[in-house]
Design a binder for this molecule. Sequence first.
Ligand SMILES: *[C@@H]1O[C@H](CO)[C@@H](O)[C@H](O)[C@H]1NC(C)=O
Ligand SMILES: *[C@@H]1O[C@H](CO)[C@@H](O)[C@H](O)[C@H]1NC(C)=O
Length: 372
Amino acid sequence: MGAQSRYFLISPDVQNPGRVCLWRVVRVSAVSALLPIVSICIGAPLLIYFFPELMQHLFFLNFRRMPMTDYDNVTSNGVKTAGRSFHLQGEAGRIGAWHMLPQSLADTPMSDDEMEALLGDQRYPVVLYAHGNSFDRTIAHRCELYNVLTAAGYQVVSFDYRGYGDSEGSPTEGGIVNDTRVVYDYVRMHTKENAIVVWGHSMGTGVCTRLTKELSLARNAPAGLVLESPFNNLRDAVMNHPFSIPIRWMTRGMIDRLVLNPLRSVGLVMESDERITHITCPILILHAEDDHIIPVKLGRALKEAAESSKRDVEYVEFPKTREFAHKFIYTAPELPEIVSKFVSRCRSAAASPSPSMTSSPAEPAPTATISS
Ligand SMILES: *[C@@H]1O[C@H](CO)[C@@H](O)[C@H](O)[C@H]1NC(C)=O
Ligand SMILES: *[C@@H]1O[C@H](CO)[C@@H](O)[C@H](O)[C@H]1NC(C)=O
């Protein structure tokens, strides 16, 4: 009887040393597999909370550079037209930039002054390109877009924000918007009546939306704004980015306190869905359905924000079967046609501005608009 009851008090595993051993192995490996996952899920938000600058670096990814890049030789980077590398003086130091000619003029010898003067030639509208995070203006998919645009007869000005490429300083949201403004002002000074289309990709869409809002409020909007693979706001961009998987378990309130507020404290806001409602020039949004970095629903949300405030917005979505993902929209054979129609629309909008587009819809008190 005593032996029998003891027999049943012991866990069944103990009767079988093989199973005990297996159970331990399973437990130990489960713990060792879960431990890193759990520490990432808890550690990541704590890191952001205590070191918002770290998260800012992860956001900007400006420390990534290709070795041996020759920033001064435009064609050595895969650009198929003649171009000039030059520097502008920003508030954080030197800003590296390229001015690339329409390919039809690639063989026409031109001095720097003649190239600058070309910016005002209305046969060749200017695209001012603001790139996404990581690497710089010399990276292949960016150069391939310059090639598509210069083949279509545009001149392209591309540059690096502070802390990227050969530009000095280190990035902040306000800082990289100001740098874009420096390049815009330079281009504007030389274009005179010629059209400038501001073109942002990915992170650059947040930059360009903020800049174009500020320019719109100052009644100095560019001819048009192209947003390639954009997001609606920082919260959704962060929460839908593949890197955010470890923090997706958190509630909205926790995300605000632990992730977004620290980012706001260092000036990272990127609220394009609010800013786009103040933009007075035509807007073209391009997004691929299979974008895995910025899901297409964020681009659609930005389009809806523009539409609901009656902005002049055109939205083009490329189906996932075309596999353009986050950075291959430039391969679409119809892209030059889309851009050309858009630029014509920008020009006629500039020639006869509709009353609703000459100012922001519900212009808030000036103090409220200057802050962002
Ligand atoms: C720039 O790069 C191109 C292509 O690599 C090369 O042919 C050219 O000689 C270079 N120009 C200068 C000034 O080094
Ligand atoms: C950017 O420009 C604004 C307005 O001129 C200025 O207040 C701000 O300090 C500048 N720099 C940064 C890093 O935001």
